[in-house]
Design a binder for this molecule. Structure first.
Ligand code: UDP
Ligand code: MN
Length: 244
């Protein structure tokens, strides 16, 4: 049977949260054998996400961990603790006999269904282009003779792995075989989370290029505009309390 794809999604409370999760669920429910690990950035599981997941039609695990306030500043990496909580869950609940592929799926990106077909065959660590990152319309690994030999990127080409969180997948057994591999806060510069993590588990020469030797964009680092809420009533509220 197909290896299970574990999609790890950190998420936090804001006006568009339910809309983002709805968009994601619509993609994920069309993917066979996908297990969604949703990690809320909150002190407990919220009612909104709990109710949403119960009805979303995707097999899931619902976790939470609150990012300490001191880490919630501009220019700091986001969702470090949440991704690590998901890795810890996998290490506790999955073992040597389980086949799977682990993928980091932020809640605001856009995912093509083909991306999941590509990553399903990941034996070690696979990699592919991502749209709208690095200050360019896309960033991609340069491939020669089936190997990654460099990076096409507009931002810090000196990064050991010049890829976005949405640009790679890891075989579950690699996650289990490297029990100490984690996303780091200490010593991690902004935008270096991916490189810092990948360095712990693989080498550039071992990367498995997907998406036609990294020549197709199957995931986009889209970002959702904040809705304008300046006209929300302060006094004459609606007569019903509606979850949005
Ligand atoms: N996120 C989070 N807590 C935060 C900010 C972000 O859990 O305080 C999540 C967010 O929902 C998303 C991921 O972390 O799944 C990356 O955040 P964002 O999309 O804002 O980052 P960017 O697009 O700027 O890389
Ligand atoms: Mn984002």
């Amino acid at each position: 049977s197909l290896p299970i794809i574990y999609a790890i999604t950190p998420t936090y409370n804001r006006p568009v949260q339910k809309a983002e999760l709805t968009r994601l669920a619509h993609a994920f429910r069309q993917v066979p054998r996908l297990h969604w690990i949703v990690v809320e950035d909150s002190t407990s599981r919220t009612d909104l996400v709990t109710r949403f997941l119960a009805r979303c039609g995707v097999p899931y695990t619902h976790l939470h961990v609150f990012t300490p306030r001191r880490f919630k500043r501009a220019g700091m990496p986001r969702a470090t603790e949440q991704r690590n909580a998901a890795l810890a869950w996998l290490r506790q609940h999955r073992g040597k006999r389980d086949s799977g592929v682990v993928f980091f799926a932020d809640d605001d990106n856009t995912y093509s269904l083909e991306l999941f077909e590509e990553m399903r065959s990941t034996r070690g660590v696979s990699i592919w282009p991502v749209g709208f990152v690095g200050g360019r319309s896309y960033e991609r690994p340069l491939v020669s003779g089936g190997k990654v030999v460099g990076w096409y990127t507009g931002w810090r080409p000196d990064r050991p792995f010049a890829t976005d969180m949405a640009g790679f997948a890891v075989n579950l057994q690699v996650i289990l075989a490297n029990p100490r591999a984690l996303f780091k806060r200490r010593g991690s510069q902004p935008g270096m989370q991916e490189s810092d993590f990948l360095k712990q588990i693989t080498k550039v020469s071992e990367l498995e290029p997907k998406a036609n030797n990294c020549t197709r964009v199957l995931v986009w680092h889209t970002r959702t505009e904040k809705p304008h809420l300046a006209n929300e009533p302060k006094l004459r509220k609606d007569s019903v309390d509606i979850e949005v």
